[in-house]
Each structure stands twice: as structure tokens, then as C-alpha cells.
Design a protein around this ligand. Structure first.
Ligand SMILES: Cc1ncc(COP(=O)(O)O)c(C=O)c1O
Length: 368
């Protein structure tokens, strides 16, 4: 049996090595290293894949969130309603802009923001709502979008883990006002470095995003608004274009691996991921819930089986975000999830034999 990896970016590269190497050499010889045709073509292809009108490349998923909020005019003193159970980037960018994250607890089954608790978090200072499509599954968008409409609030979809995810037959990204993508190497569509993108159906916002990522400028040395340097590299765009052609097949491979895990866990005292009836999960992560998570994790470590805990600390309890923090106990569903979640190896190269070993090891640890 091959060694088990949490993600296998090298294994995936080996399978498409010829296409990737040829593309990389072509870009290296072109002299166009930033923006240019590779980036604009990649933007068009992503827009088409996600069924949105506009896509603007940028340097990372974190930057996509930041430029999205800049384009929407989020400023110091504003509040942004979001989830405490996710990667730090959402909270970090809200706070970098001087705004305050207002957290809403999650749904215990999908791990996504609980729409039934959202309205209570909206105040006069609220300027946006940011649901995160965690682990590759959409948040329940209909009630979120209708609250956005009711209170005239834009909805930013953090879809960094959810390229290709469906919600009620529609791809996420174009459901809210702006969708933010990450192409971090371990993502379902991963670059060979950092890369990101913001997508929208609003032409005026697209124009603004396009300016912000190049120092607030349309024309060289003429700066109309304050921007940043968050340009997408031509090399990353070109390589991502190659990978995009494989994305659907890779999503199917992830879904098959998830189904295998589900079957192998049958009857075990483990809560396998729920695929909500409203959409298609793309299994960026395969995350189970178990009561004695830490002992099981230690047992896996002892056998050198990799795993992830996404996320061990809720954002409202993080030292760095103390200014926006809330006392322990404020978001009980999230806090319980931080103690029980365990993400298992999940990637396009995973083999059933490896999954059997992983599941067997968890079953044995549960018996102890
Ligand atoms: C939910 C979520 N949001 C934002 C980000 C930030 O993306 P990046 O690492 O490309 O900056 C990530 C990924 O790392 C993520 O998983």
C-alpha cells in the first residue's frame, strides 16, 4: 500500500505532468508573468464554470475576501455578520478593514452558519453578511439571501473550500453579491502557489474589484480609489486552466471516496458528513464527528495516519481577535464542534485500500 497523505498534490501533479510542464515552460518563455492573456482567459473560464458574469483574479482567497469588502465599502465601525467556525481569513480581513465580525452560531449537521439565528445579529451598523461554504458544502443560501434583500445587505460567499458546490441546482459563487475563491495548493482546484479570485454578476462591482487589485487604477499611474497589489500571476492562471479541465472528474473522485468512507463506517459510533438535500457537496474535507476525538486522533498519530482538525479553536476565542471576542459558551454549537470534528485524508488519489486502513484504525481506537 502507498503511504497515506492528507492531501496528495504531488500525486495529482504526476498524473498531468506533461500538460503542466509544457504549460509552465510556455509561460516562462512568454515574458508575460503578471496578468495578461492567461489571467483573462482563466477568468472567463471560471466565470463560465460558475455561471457568473464576471471573475477577477487576485493573489489569494484572503485577498479575494478583502478586496470584496473594499469594493462594497466596508469601513471602520461597520459590522459584518459571519461564522466563528472557519479558517481565520474571514475574521482577519473584516478586522483589517477596521470592521467588527458579529458571529452567528452554526448548524450542527452542516457546520455552516445557522440562518435561523442570523436576523438577531443584524443591527444598524451591519454592512454585509459572509456565509462560508465549509468543507465543500453550501450554506443554506435562500434564507441568507432573502435576509440580505430585506435589510439591503450584500452577501459575500466565502467559497474558498467550495468550487463546484451546488445549491438547489445552481453553483455557489453567483448566489450572493460576490463569491470569493482560493486556489491554495490543497484546495479542490489548487495552484502551484497562492492564487484567488472574486466573482460577481454585478458589472459595476466587477469594475471596482478590477481596479482595487491593481492599486485602484484603470490607467497606469492614475489612481481613482485606494487599492492594493493583488494581481494574479500568469503562471498560476495558466496552470490552473489546465487543472480546471480536470475539476469535474476530480470532484467525482472526491465524492466516490466520501461514499466509500460512509460505507466503511456503517454501524460505527461515528457521525459521517451529512450531504444536505439542497445541494452537491464537493468534499474539500471529509469531516466526521466523534465524542472522544482527541484519543482517536492520538491513535491515528501513533499509526502515522494523517488527519486534520478544522478547526480546534472557535474564532471568537482566538487571542488575535480578542477585540471582537465573546466569552466561552457564547456559541455552544461551534464550541462543541471544535471538540468533536476530525477530518480524514481526502484527495483525488486516495485508494479504497488506504481508506480501509484509516477506518479500521478509527474503529479500533473507538473500542478502547
Ligand atoms: C474558508 C476559507 N476562507 C479563506 C481562505 C483563505 O484562502 P487563501 O489561503 O488562499 O488566502 C481559506 C483557505 O485557506 C479557507 O479555507
Amino acid at each position: 500500500m502507498k503511504p497515506i497523505h492528507m492531501v496528495d498534490v504531488v500525486g495529482q501533479y504526476q498524473k498531468i505532468k506533461t500538460e503542466i510542464d509544457e504549460t509552465a515552460l510556455r509561460v516562462l518563455g512568454s515574458g508575460q508573468y503578471i496578468l495578461g492573456k492567461e489571467v483573462s482567459e482563466f477568468e472567463k473560464e471560471i466565470a463560465q464554470y460558475l455561471q457568473v458574469n464576471h471573475a477577477v483574479g487576485c493573489a489569494s482567497g484572503t485577498d479575494a475576501l478583502m478586496v470584496a469588502m473594499m469594493a462594497l465599502g466596508i469601513r471602520p465601525g461597520d459590522e459584518v455578520v459571519t461564522t466563528p467556525f472557519t479558517f481565520a481569513a474571514t475574521t482577519e480581513t473584516i478586522m483589517l478593514l477596521g470592521a467588527t465580525p458579529i458571529y452567528v452560531d452554526i448548524d450542527p449537521k452542516t457546520f455552516n452558519i445557522d440562518p435561523s439565528k442570523l436576523e438577531a445579529a443584524i443591527t444598524k451598523k451591519t454592512k454585509a453578511i459572509i456565509p462560508v461554504h465549509l468543507y465543500g458544502q453550501s450554506a443554506d443560501m435562500d434564507p441568507i439571501v432573502s435576509l440580505g434583500q430585506q435589510y439591503h445587505l450584500p452577501v459575500i460567499e466565502d467559497m474558498c473550500q467550495a468550487i463546484g458546490t451546488d445549491y438547489k441546482g445552481k453553483k455557489v459563487g453567483g448566489i450572493g453579491t460576490i463569491g470569493c475563491l482560493s486556489f491554495f495548493p490543497s484546495k479542490n482546484l489548487g495552484a502551484f502557489g497562492d492564487a484567488g479570485m472574486a466573482v460577481t454578476n454585478d458589472p459595476a462591482l466587477a469594475e471596482k474589484l478590477r481596479m482595487i487589485v491593481v492599486h485602484g487604477s484603470h490607467e497606469r499611474y492614475k489612481h481613482e480609489i485606494i487599492g492594493v497589489n493583488s494581481r494574479l500571476d500568469a503562471l498560476q492562471a495558466a496552470l490552473l486552466r489546465v487543472k480546471l479541465r480536470h475539476l469535474e472528474e476530480w470532484t467525482q473522485a472526491r465524492r466516490t471516496a466520501a461514499a466509500v468512507y460512509n460505507r466503511l463506517f456503517a454501524g460505527a459510533d461515528v457521525e459521517v458528513p451529512l450531504e444536505a438535500s439542497y445541494g452537491r457537496h464537493v468534499f474539500h474535507q471529509y469531516t466526521i464527528r466523534i465524542k472522544n476525538r482527541n484519543e482517536v486522533a492520538d491513535a491515528l498519530s501513533a499509526k502515522k495516519i494523517p488527519y486534520g482538525i478544522y478547526y480546534p479553536i472557535s474564532l471568537h476565542l482566538q487571542e488575535a481577535y480578542r477585540k471582537a471576542g465573546k466569552p466561552k459558551g457564547s456559541f455552544p454549537v461551534t464550541e462543541k464542534a471544535t471538540e468533536e470534528v476530525l477530518s480524514l485524508p481526502m484527495h483525488t488519489e486516495l485508494e479504497e485500500e488506504q481508506q480501509q486502513v484509516i477506518v479500521q484504525s478509527i474503529r479500533e481506537a473507538l473500542k478502547k
